[in-house]
Structures are given as C-alpha cells and as structure tokens.
Design a protein around this ligand. Structure first.
Ligand code: ADP
Ligand code: MG
Length: 846
C-alpha cells in the first residue's frame, strides 16, 4: 500500500512522462525513483530513500526550494525537461493531502531563470511548419515577450540566424540544416485549432491580421499551444508579433555569419559583435545582435540609423552623459517579461522602478532639439515610463524584500488597511516587549525575561533559582538547564492577536502586490516600448562611440558600385591594435564585377575578402564602417564560401559540402548579391578543383541573372588568365616584398596577377632545414628554366594546361598546388617528380 502522497506523485508523473518531476514537499523539491537516481548523479546531490507506504522505500533526491533555479538551469542546459510541481494550498490550512499540480515544464526554449540565460543574447523557442510548399518559422523569446514570424526563403535563414534553443517541428525527421537546438516533434494542428489558439492569444481575426499565410499561422499556433502546456503564464508576456519582411532584410545565412565571425563562437577569439558592442545595457547588446543578424535593405531606414550614430559621434559630451545613466540600468525588458508572466517578485519591481526612473533621466539628458529622428522617436517612447513610475512608487516600498514573509513590500500610506494592521502588530509587539518590565515588577523577579522562539512562540523565562517566586497563574511550558519557561493567558491572547494580524498582513501585501502587477501588465505594451527605446538609444550611442574611437566613417549608397578606400577588417584590426592593420581599397563596378585575388599563404587574401563583406554588412546594419570612404550598393544577400580545407571550424571538411554550398550560391545569387569565394575548389584534386573554380567564375560572370559582385581568392594561378577572356574579370594580388632571402608580407592588395609562388620561402619561414630549402631552390630554378610552369611568368599567360599539356611530369608540375603543400609534402612531391623524370615509377601521382 502506497501513501496518498505517493499516489499523488505517481499520477502526476504519469501525466509528465518525459520530464524530470520536481515535487514540492514543504521546504524541498523532491525527485523519486529513476528521476532521483538521475538527478543525484547530474547534480551531485545525495541519493537517499523515503518510506512511502507499508514495506515501501522509494529512492529520493531533493533540493531546498530556494535553490531550485540553479539546479533546473543545470538540468535544462544538459537537455532535460523539468516539470515543477507546486503545493497549491498552504499545508497549514488544508486537512488531509495538500493539492499539488505541475505549474510549469521548463525546457530549453522556455527557461526564464537568470542562471540559464545569457544576458546579452535572446533565448528563442521556435516552431517550423511546412505547408503546401510554404515554409514558415515563428520565434518567441518569452523572457522579453518578443515574437517574430518569417516565411518563404526567409524562414530557414531566420531560423539559422536566431539559433533557437528549442525547435518545434511537425515532422520528426525535419532537421533544418545548422539547427543546434533541441528538436521537439509536435502533432499537426487542425485549421480550427490554429484559429482558436491565435484568437485566444491575440484576439479574433488574429490569424488574418498577424500572419501572412497558413504556414505562418500554424507555426505561431504551435508556439502558443506548446507554451500553454509548458508555461501558460508566459503567454501573458507575448504582445506584439513582428513579421520579417523578406524584401526588408539583407539575407545572410548561418555559414556566412560564422565565416565572417559576426557573432561570438566557441574557439574564436573575437567577433564583430564584440568589437562593435559599446552598449551599456543588456537591452542594447541584444539589439545590436539583432541588427547585425538582420541588416536592412531599405535605404531610408538605414540612413535614419546613420543619422543617430552621426549625432552620437558629433556630441561626445551629451553621449557620455546619457551613457552614464545607461550604465547599471536594470534589464527592464526582461523584468517586463516576468511582469507579463506574473512571476515578478517585489525586488524585480523595485529594479523596474529604478530602470524606469533611469529611462526618464535618460530622456532628460537628451537635448530636445535637433535630434535625429531615431533618437527623437525614442525620446518620445521613454515618456510612458512616468505613469508606471508613479504607480510603482505609490505602492512599492523603497527597499522591498524579495518575498512576503517578512512584510515591508507595500509602502506605508498606500493602503489604510495594511497600515492599521501594521499599527496593530507594532502595538502587540510593543506590548509584549513592555510586558517584561511589567511582569518583573508584578512578580518581583529582577531577571525575568520575555522571549520568543519558533516552537513555543512567546514565553516568560525565569531562572531556576527564582522559580519559587513565580505567581500561580503562570503555566509552565518548558524546562531548561537552569531556567523555566512559562506562558500566561494574557500573553497567549496578545500573541494570537499578533500572529493573526501578521498573517493577514502578509495576505494583504500579496494582494496589493498582485494588483500592482496587474496594473503594470495592463500597460505592458507601452512599457515594452520604453525598454525598446532605451535599447535603441543605448545601441546607437554605442555605435557612435565605437565609430569615434576606431575611426569609422559613414558609408554612402549607390546603385551598384562598391568603392571602398582604405578599408580595414574590423575584427582583425581590433586584435592587432592601433596602426598595425594595413588598409586596402576595393572597387567592384561594371569593369570589375569579379575580382580574382592571388597571393601566397598568409598574405592576407582571406582577410581582405572578409573585410569587404563585413563592411557591407555593417553598413546595412546601420553602423559606420572601418574605411576612409565607403560607397556601396544595397545588397540583397551576402554569400561566403570557404574552401573545405580552410574551413576547419566546420568539422565537415568534405568536398561534397563545399559543392552543395557553391551550388546554392549559383542558384540563389542575383546581380544585387555580394559573393565571397575563398579557395573554393580546394577540397579536391588539382584538376577537378581548378576546372570547377573556373566554371563557377564563368557562370557568375556570364549569366545575367546571377551576375553578383564577386571576390574570389584562389591559389590556382591558372585562373588569372581568365582576365583576358572574360571582360568583367580583374586580377589582383597581395604584394610581397623579398628582403634578401626572406619574404615580407605587406598585406597590400595591388592590381594584376601574382607572378611567383612563394612556397619555398614559406618553407624557409616555417623552419625547414637550410639544406632542404637550398636544394628545393635549385630544383625550382631548373624546373622554371625548363619552362614547365605555364602561365607563371606573368607576361604571356597561356590557357590553363587543363586544355592540353605535354609530358606527365610537366603536367603535374604545372598544376602542382605549391601553396597548398606542407613542406614535407613538397619534398615528397619532389622525390616523386624526380623518380618520374628518371623514368622510374611511372607517372607521378597528383
Ligand atoms: P591568406 O588568406 O592569404 O592565407 P589571411 O587573410 O588568413 O591570409 O591572413 C593571414 C594573417 O595575416 C592574418 O591572420 C592577419 O594577422 C595578417 N593580415 C592579413 N591581412 C592583414 C592586413 N591588411 N594588415 C595587417 N595584417 C594582416
Ligand atoms: Mg586564406
């Protein structure tokens, strides 16, 4: 026979089978059975057991109620789902078993505890739906109440950019590329269920007013129904739904974000986000991440951002005065999320009050006149803070505790009832304290004391030596070593009055507090607008600060020409320190649609390519850019592909991946796109790679509908001959200076093809023994004088030997990937070549 509590537990556990169930028992959250074993191991806490029926001991592991957040954070972080079961009534007031239920299932996408969240990044729950050829994604960050929808081609891109912690899908086999979050399969919703879910959350007709198609409606409905099952209260925080308009944003896929180091990622030292982030609040930092992952295409909107950044740059004193307020600004956006979910505690609201006060102060420090539109509108948005501030100030004590047990949450003067109860408890307490003096006189015992403990409540204590003097109406309660404790009728009466008043007081404070939350929640949208305004001001001021400090300029937009003078790579420049980065120009226009960039390893090819893409991305995000002057078209997409061998971070260095991605570019690029190809074709043998590289160049050049601005870095010198065949192809190379026998990389990009390969010099730099290097130099001279290096003398480029070549040795040499070889491989290759030339061992391998 199990105990009733055991039965209650089993019933709940059955309803939440795929979770770890934390069961509230008094001051602890307990887990049982297999959950207990698992939790004990994962959290390193003691596994014990508990009798829960006749002849029944159950494994048990528990944590104190106040430390539950951290433990749940750990478990959710490791991929578990955690159900939180609460006591729904005060055990003291219930006869028999306390009613309990699961109030919340915490999952990766629905965590709200600070311990689980990164302050400067959003935490998304996402749903992906494919219907009748439409794809849609809905995203919600319940910590802030943000909801976003995207569909069509933008859906998967949005998913990749937002990196949701948890993804709901209808088809369990649907694993969108690059998704790293937990995937949860959900049953399809009927059209009726979709309608109902949307109407319940956003009002009637929501499905037509908020969503663009059936798939979007279904995705949004999935979010709502899932939240209803896991954390229904969070629905209160979801207010506005934003649709990502495909024509509005510059599409950057996840691979490009990674190739360009836009966001921080494990194993990389820095990122664009970190270099640009001068936001003083977490709200500003999160908004910067949003801007960098959703650059715009609408010139007016970008220009408006530039105006704000320019203002901040031109007004350093005003900027710093504002930033002083932003520093230490509480995260009102996330507190408002908790207000919406009705889970905010008194301290949260005190922080909200501080934040709103700071928001008004921020507004006061911005000048009224001559403000750019973005800042002017934000200033306007801040004004909504004042009403809520009044409400908060009237009700909330100056320094409230986090909980209600000690009282002191509600400000004196707010509620007459609370005030009079407080007076009553004060009186009762005062009376009890005064009683000590009174009883000493009455009983004539000088050492008599009135005290209090948790078990017996108030008592009168008399030392054992005086026990004989105790009046008859004293009732003995407890005997200690050397003392006796008593109560009197009078004491008991006052005590019960005190306790009653105190309980009632806690009750009333809770009530007043939840009314306060309700009134704030009623104006949630306006308050969220305050948070948004703070974020926007914070971010643009920060962008002005970084622009000033690093010498960034305001870009201009043109129809279709890229003209960057003295451009720099923002992240590499920041890492190298001031003055060490070598700036480079870049021009892409009707004359040069596609630049082929050659140069030895480590000379700066990849850096140059990425810097052009980063400058374009920064500009469209609304930031100033690292250059002396930048004139850019408004790109629709930025693609970057890095040859498989170079893309070590991907961990999937297969030629197949490289080709799949190249295919994507060729399918999706438009004349308004920017394409960065870095050593594409490298993942395969020389002939294949070069052939593919060449045909990719031809395709991008010759097809009108895909004629994207392209930068192509390659170690295939043969490709430089394309300049003479394809009118809009131009060669450039990285200048290299020879100093004696040393090679100096100047990192300067200059026109024309590179005319030498520096493999041997690099071998020397790498510390290959001198004898090996000089032998290799000798061999090189021999090989060059025999004319075996077609197209390498820079004067009369021949057609690539791909289209015909003499002996196998010459052919191999012609296509030898000298830059791509390790020194050891180079030597091995030389031995092979020699063997082949001497007629032994057949033709060399490639
Ligand atoms: P490649 O792609 O030609 O092999 P990278 O672009 O990877 O060369 O550059 C190699 C290193 O050279 C970079 O890590 C950077 O430290 C340095 N570098 C590249 N470009 C510059 C530059 N313009 N100014 C200063 N240092 C540079
Ligand atoms: Mg490179």
């Amino acid at each position: 026979m199990s105990t009733p509590i055991r039965l209650q537990y089993l019933e709940l556990k059955q309803r939440y089978p795929d979770t770890i169930l934390f069961f509230r028992l008094g001051d602890f959250y307990e887990t049982f059975d297999d959950d207990a074993r698992l939790v004990a191991g994962e959290l390193q806490i003691t596994l014990t057991s508990k009798p829960m029926g006749k002849d029944l001991r159950v494994p048990l592991a528990g944590v104190p109620y106040h430390s539950i957040d951290g433990h749940v954070a750990k478990l959710v972080g490791r991929g578990y789902r955690v159900a939180i079961c609460e006591q729904l009534a005060d055990p003291a007031t219930v006869k028999g078993i306390v009613p309990r239920d699961v109030v919340r299932v915490v999952t990766a996408g629905t965590v709200t505890a600070d311990a689980s969240l990164e302050a400067s990044a959003p935490n998304y729950l996402a749903a992906l739906v494919r219907r009748k050829g439409d794809t849609a994604v809905a995203l919600a960050d319940i910590t802030t109440g943000e909801v976003r929808l995207a569909s069509g081609g933008e859906a998967e891109a949005e998913l990749a950019r937002s990196a949701p912690a948890e993804l709901l899908v209808e088809d369990p086999l649907d694993q969108p590329p690059g998704n790293t979050g937990t995937v949860v399969a959900r049953p399809q919703l009927s059209p009726l269920a979709v309608e109902a879910a949307l109407a319940a959350q956003f009002g009637d007709h929501a499905s037509t007013s908020l969503t663009g198609n059936e798939a979007e409606a279904a995705a949004l409905a999935h979010l709502i129904t899932y939240l209803r099952e896991t954390y229904a209260a969070a629905l209160g925080a979801l207010q506005r739904v934003r649709r990502v308009a495909p024509a509005g944003v510059l599409t950057i896929d996840q691979r490009t974000l990674r190739n360009l180091d836009v966001l921080p990622q494990p194993g990389r030292t820095s990122s664009l986000l970190e270099v640009l982030n001068r936001a003083k609040s977490h709200m500003g930092s999160r908004l910067l991440r949003d801007w960098l992952t959703h650059p715009l295409r609408d010139e007016a909107a970008i220009t408006a951002r530039f105006d704000a950044v320019a203002w901040a740059l031109a007004h350093p004193l005003e900027r710093e005065r504002c930033q002083a307020v932003l520093r230490g600004m509480p995260d009102i956006e996330r507190i408002l999320g908790r207000v919406g979910a009705r889970s905010a505690n008194p301290r949260d609201l005190a922080a909200l009050r501080d934040g709103l006060r700071a928001a008004l102060e921020l507004g006061a420090r911005l000048p009224r006149e001559d403000l750019p539109v973005v800042l002017g509108e934000s200033l306007h948005g801040l004004a909504a803070a004042s009403e809520a501030l009044l409400t908060l100030d009237a009700a909330l004590d100056d320094d409230p505790p986090a909980g209600f047990d000690e009282g002191g949450v509600i400000r004196p003067g707010f509620s007459p009832e609370i005030d009079s109860l407080r007076a009553l408890t004060r009186d009762a307490r005062g009376y009890l304290l005064g009683l000590e003096r009174l009883e000493r006189e009455r009983a004539g015992i000088k050492t008599l004391k009135v005290g209090h403990n948790r078990v017996f409540g108030y008592y009168i204590e008399v030392s054992a030596s005086n026990a004989a003097l105790v009046p008859a109406h004293y009732q003995r309660r407890q005997t200690l070593v050397g003392a006796e404790r008593y109560v009197t009728e009078e004491l008991k009466e006052h005590e019960s009055r005190l306790v009653g008043a105190r309980d009632r007081l806690v009750e009333l404070e809770k009530q007043a507090f939840s009314q306060l939350i309700e009134s704030l929640a009623a104006g949630l949208a306006a308050l969220q607008a305050v948070a948004a305004a703070v974020a926007l001001i914070d971010l643009t001021l920060g962008l002005g600060e970084v622009a000033g400090e690093r010498g960034y300029v305001r870009p201009t937009f043109t129809e279709d020409v890229v003209r960057i003078s003295a451009g720099r790579h923002p992240v590499v420049e920041a890492a190298l320190g001031p003055g060490r980065f070598v700036p480079n120009d870049c021009t892409l226009d009707d004359d040069c649609q596609l630049m082929i960039l050659t140069g030895p390893n480590m000379s700066g090819k990849s850096t140059f390519l990425r810097q052009v893409a980063l400058i374009a991305l920064m500009a469209q995000a609304g930031s100033f850019v690292p250059a002396e002057e930048a004139c850019l078209p408004l790109f629709d997409r930025i693609f970057t592909r890095i040859g498989a061998q170079d893309d070590l971070a991907a961990g999937q260095s297969t030629f197949m991946v490289e080709m799949v991605e190249t295919a994507q570019i060729l399918h999706q690029a438009t004349p308004r796109s920017l394409v960065i190809l870095d050593e594409v074709g490298r993942g395969t043998s020389t002939f294949d790679g070069m052939a593919i590289a060449r045909s990719v160049v031809e395709f991008l050049h010759n097809r009108k509908e895909v004629a994207a601005r392209t930068l192509f870095a390659t170690h295939y010198h043969e490709l430089t001959t394309l300049e003479s065949v394809l009118p809009r192809v131009r060669n450039a190379h990285v200048a290299v200076r020879e100093q004696g026998t040393e090679v100096v990389f100047e990192h300067r990009i200059v026109p024309g093809p590179s005319d030498r390969s520096y493999g041997i010099h690099v071998a020397r730099l790498a510390g290959l023994p001198a004898a090996v290097v000089s032998r290799a130099e000798h061999l090189l001279v021999e090989l060059e004088s025999s004319g075996a290096r077609p197209g390498m003398n820079g004067h009369e480029p021949r057609q690539p030997a791909l289209f015909g070549g003499p002996s196998p040795v010459e052919e191999t040499l012609a296509h030898l990937d000298v830059d791509g070889l390790t020194p050891i491989e180079a030597i091995q290759k030389l031995y092979e070549l020699r063997a082949a030339a001497r007629g032994r061992g057949g033709s060399p391998t490639r």
